[in-house]
Design a protein around this ligand. Structure first.
Ligand SMILES: Cc1cc2nc3c(=O)[nH]c(=O)nc-3n(C[C@H](O)[C@H](O)[C@H](O)COP(=O)(O)OP(=O)(O)OC[C@H]3O[C@@H](n4cnc5c(N)ncnc54)[C@H](O)[C@@H]3O)c2cc1C
Length: 448
């Protein structure tokens, strides 16, 4: 395993060893060797802490494609290709993903279903009685009263974060990517639109190409590059929102529940699909009758023994908007400011108990531990994949993107061959000025 100190030059300098930095560095190494345009050793991955120190190390790991933003469907197709390329080492469990909504979401689900299948992402749509019957076949104790529409994504699933980070580290080691950890970027020197040097707390490094994959720290790198803190958003219908913050932090609420002997398996004994339920017209009420009047019914759950450390499930709900500033250090579970609120355990267990008989009384089994984390969202809550200087590329996934392991593959192809990648084009920064700001939503949640 290579853990080197800082050299003075790198061909490709990838900043940030999260999902995107690790995937990009791995795919850059492979693309350089494959095309003969360079060597894997031309790639250097740098992180101020180490692999998985950001959101990638604490994500729930759900891999889904339930987005109203249709161009994301092709991004997920590529991502599942990467997950499927080595599911064992990357920890990918291809159990599928089942989303449940009320009748008001039917038209949106139909659109998503058509778009997913058009790009080769196989999903089935069930409506009315068929939706209820489908859920009962999987989970016989499912409360289907308000379940009017169901989308079943077959290639989706989940990937445990520890396995994925370890698997990606092995790929980097295997290809001989140089990895420098414990060194922080502190700024960028730019001249004539190019990054001429990357400043770090161990001196400067020059690079032919810089790829910035800084997760929740992206706003800081954006500022160092001299980019604007606010902007106008132009939409396809001619509408304009002026002076929008470039970055908004949101705080994610997640938690775990021990099973303690309760079988969380499908009727035929399998690891169930990840379950996602948004019921816009249904309140969340605890088993002893306390209603969450100011909250929407939005929940997701997956089997998560690898995370809980015992048979258990993990999931969460809609994140909470913080605004354009947030305390980033320490990140994740270590930060007292960003733990799930006291109400979360009651809320989350109430949603599970409402959905399945087997989860009745599960509040007693909620696991008290540190959880949650924050993310930096873009103005339309959709990723930005684009050049931010003539030789610097930004992957800012708007906190969507543990699942998007394929972005690194597409970006690496673009960087090495110079070829335009049509799947990445809709996510260019220029969309905000050019009337292509994303805006379709079918959800109370910002991930659209
Ligand atoms: C609690 C939680 C649950 C989530 N659940 C899911 C989920 O179920 N499914 C899903 O798809 N997504 C999920 N996400 C979102 C997903 O985890 C992120 O979108 C994704 O992991 C971001 O990857 P990244 O590589 O962009 O950033 P990160 O993983 O945050 O990595 C960025 C890295 O950059 C490094 N870095 C930053 N600044 C510097 C600097 N100046 N110098 C050197 N290094 C630097 C950091 O140390 C860090 O390691 C979740 C996020 C959270 C917080």
């Amino acid at each position: 395993m290579t853990r080197q100190r800082l050299p003075s030059h790198a061909g490709y300098l990838v900043v940030g060893a999260g999902m995107h930095g690790m995937s990009t560095a791995w795919h850059l190494a492979m693309a350089l060797e494959r095309t003969g345009r360079g060597r894997a050793a031309d790639v250097m991955l740098l992180d101020k802490t180490g692999p998985g120190a950001g959101a990638t190390g604490i994500a729930c790991g759900c891999v889904r494609n339930l987005y109203m933003t249709s161009p994301l469907h092709a991004i997920l197709r590529h991502s599942v290709d990467v997950w499927e390329s080595d599911p064992v080492n990357l920890g990918f469990q291809q159990v599928g993903y089942v989303s449940v909504g009320e009748a008001n979401q039917q038209a949106d689900y139909e659109k998503i279903h058509a778009s997913q299948n058009a790009v080769g992402y196989a999903s089935d749509l069930y409506v009315g009685g068929e939706a209820k019957a489908f859920l009962k076949r999987l989970w016989p104790d499912f409360n289907t009263e308000r379940a009017d529409v169901v989308l079943h994504e077959k290639p989706s699933g989940y990937a445990g974060t520890h396995a994925a980070v370890r698997g990606l580290t092995e790929k980097l080691d295997h290809w001989g990517v140089r990895q420098v950890y414990g060194v922080a970027v502190t700024g960028y020197d730019t001249t004539g639109g190019r990054v001429t040097a990357v400043r770090t707390d161990e001196g400067e490094i020059k690079a032919d190409c810089v790829v910035i994959c800084a997760g929740a720290w992206a706003p800081r790198h954006w500022q160092w590059l001299g980019r604007p803190a606010t902007l106008d958003l132009h939409y396809a219908d001619g509408g304009v929102t002026r002076g929008q913050d470039m970055w908004t932090f949101w705080r994610l609420l997640e938690g775990e529940v021990y099973l303690n002997g309760t079988a969380y398996r499908t009727a035929d004994g399998r690891d169930p699909p990840v379950l996602h339920v948004e019921l816009m017209g249904t309140p969340v009420v605890t088993e002893d009758g306390r209603a969450f009047l100011d909250k929407h019914f939005y929940t997701y759950v997956r089997y998560a023994a690898e995370r809980v450390g015992a048979p258990g499930v993990q999931g969460g709900t809609i994140p909470i908007r913080l605004g354009p500033e947030a305390v980033l250090e320490p990140y994740g579970h270590a930060n007292d400011l960003y733990q799930a609120d006291d109400w979360f355990a009651d809320y989350y267990c109430a949603t599970l108990a409402y959905l399945m008989e087997r989860f009745k009384g599960c509040r007693q089994r909620f696991r008290q531990r540190r959880n949650g984390g924050i993310g930096a969202f873009t103005p339309d809550n959709v990723p930005i994949f684009d050049w931010v200087a003539d030789n610097a590329y930004l992957i800012a996934d708007s906190n969507h993107g543990y699942k998007m392991i394929g972005v690194g593959k597409l970006v690496a192809e673009h960087l090495v061959t110079g070829r335009k990648i049509p799947e990445l084009e809709p996510f260019a920064f220029g969309r905000y000025a050019e009337g292509r700001t994303f805006g379709e939503r079918n959800s109370n949640c910002p991930w659209v």
